[in-house]
Design a protein around this ligand. Structure first.
Ligand SMILES: Nc1ncnc2c1ncn2[C@@H]1O[C@H](COP(=O)(O)OP(=O)(O)OP(=O)(O)O)[C@@H](O)[C@H]1O
Ligand SMILES: [Mg+2]
Length: 150
């Protein structure tokens, strides 16, 4: 049974470490939906996931290109997978637009991580890992709540 988990993340390093940890349970075809306000740490978490998956290329905010593909690299303890990192912020809730992205990667062969994807991309997979990031005002502390949603 999937259950909701929660963790306080005092620093960006903690957020990246959570990403590496979550990556251990991710496999080809899995969808991760990152939710939370501007600067909440969605890209930082994606960087940790990419690191944990061992994919190639540096993770940056995909804001101006919508989706960035990272080729499979060297992964410890599980089959290597590519990563597709999407920023759905400007998709404006248009479901067709994400489907129309001309991605080289077969989405079923990759792990897909989507910032601002809540309510937009859930249909792409049977279930998804939802991570909700929150930030305290005037503080570096973030809180993550995550669960697998069918
Ligand atoms: N505990 C923390 N976790 C994550 N990021 C932190 C933390 N403390 C400070 N930061 C800083 O907050 C910023 C988070 O930026 P990041 O790009 O990851 O957020 P985002 O949610 O992707 O923003 P956007 O909505 O613009 O895409 C970075 O500058 C990071 O260094
Ligand atoms: Mg971001």
């Amino acid at each position: 049974m999937a259950e909701r988990q929660r963790r306080v993340l005092p620093t960006v390093a903690d957020t990246e470490a959570l990403g590496r940890e979550l990556a251990e349970s991710l496999h080809a075809g899995d969808l991760v939906v990152l939710d939370g306000p501007l600067g909440a740490g969605k890209t930082a978490l994606a960087r940790g996931i990419a690191d944990g998956l061992g994919v190639q290329g540096r993770v940056t905010s995909p804001t101006f290109i919508i989706a960035r593909q990272h080729r499979a690299g060297h992964r410890v303890g599980a089959p290597a997978v590519p990563l597709v990192h999407v920023d759905a912020y400007r998709l404006g809730g248009d479901l067709d637009e994400l489907d129309a992205l001309d991605l080289d990667a077969d989405l079923h062969q990759a792990v897909i991580v989507v910032e601002w994807g809540r309510g937009v991309v859930e249909h792409l997979a049977e279930r998804h890992l939802r991570v909700q990031l929150a930030r305290e005002p005037d503080s570096d502390v973030r809180t993550a709540v995550w669960e697998w949603v069918d």
